[in-house]
Design a protein around this ligand. Sequence first.
Ligand code: ATP
Length: 355
Amino acid sequence: MTGIRLEGIVKRYGTAAAARIDRLEIGDGEIVSLLGPSGCGKTTTLRIVAGLIEQDEGDLWFGDRLVNDVPPERRNAAMVFQNYALFPHMTVRQNIAFGLEVRRRPRAEIDRKIDAVLELVKLPGTGDRLPKQLSGGQQQRIAIARALATEPDVLLFDEPLSNLDAKLREYMRFELRKLLESLKITTLYVTHDQAEAMVVSDRIVVMDKGAIIQVDTPHRVYRDPASRFVAEFVGTASFLEGRIESWDAAAGRGTVSLADGLSLAGRGHGLKPGDAAVLCVRPEAISLLPPDQSGPGDHAGSVDAVVDLGEVIDYHVRLGGWTLRTRTIAGPRPGGPGDRVAVRLDPERCYVVAG
Ligand code: ATP
């Protein structure tokens, strides 16, 4: 097994840096996602690790092996692409056998491995079909089976679920997580879909403009965003701008005074009184109550819009000069558009970042 280490990696196109990774370590058997908007450098970073793009600067290590000058086919990494990249004229068995035949493995071993990986991706019995005789989700599982057959030290995924429809993508996220968890192969996974990154990964690397903004577990990326960019990209939130009014650095919490005179509490770090700040209010931080049930610390607000999505209801709520977005499980409604409501905020789920 092999961990991966990137040190001082820079890749430029012209004068612009497509990727600039000061340091990133992926542990043995760890599943790490690169997450960020289009053009942030995810694919460039993944391709550098695969050996398909050469970095201009920096070192890449697989375990204690410096692989800067090692060609892709000798890195023992297997890549799964967004478009599956199966050979259309070959059967499933022939597709999976390909990498093993290139490595001149004995026939009996090849046959045994094909059966084992088809079992692993839950598609036994499909070996004699052509890719076009399989659904998109099945084709992607064959592409994964083909990658696994060569017993790679490192698995690389480039947006592997993006070609699937929304329902299947959601299902495949969980299937893929289960499979990767059982394999314990070091995995680097590129996606622009934050929900996919949350489900699949042990840790998420949030990137912007070629650089790493935050590396953390999915839980911490969501609950302890390093910046407004991270809070905006991962999950949803309402953003309220103001200044730090009071701050307890040891406890990592304090209050933000907003331009319209509201003062709201939240958690964060590295802040001090007077700093420009943004309060990121997650939907689950907000409870709406009929005004007659208002309690101490609640704020008076009004419902702007109600969007009924069936199992959940989205509310847009006016609070001072701000609009907050929240979501409740369908049930008794605290109010309809134009109605007054009491707004209760859970400061544990409001995150303060530098403004
Ligand atoms: P996407 O999600 O859209 O695939 P990404 O995060 O994977 O985006 P990259 O493909 O790594 O982003 O691209 C990073 C930056 O480098 C972008 O600004 C892109 O335009 C630029 N870039 C990538 N490949 C090349 C190239 N071959 N020549 C010039 N610029 C490139």
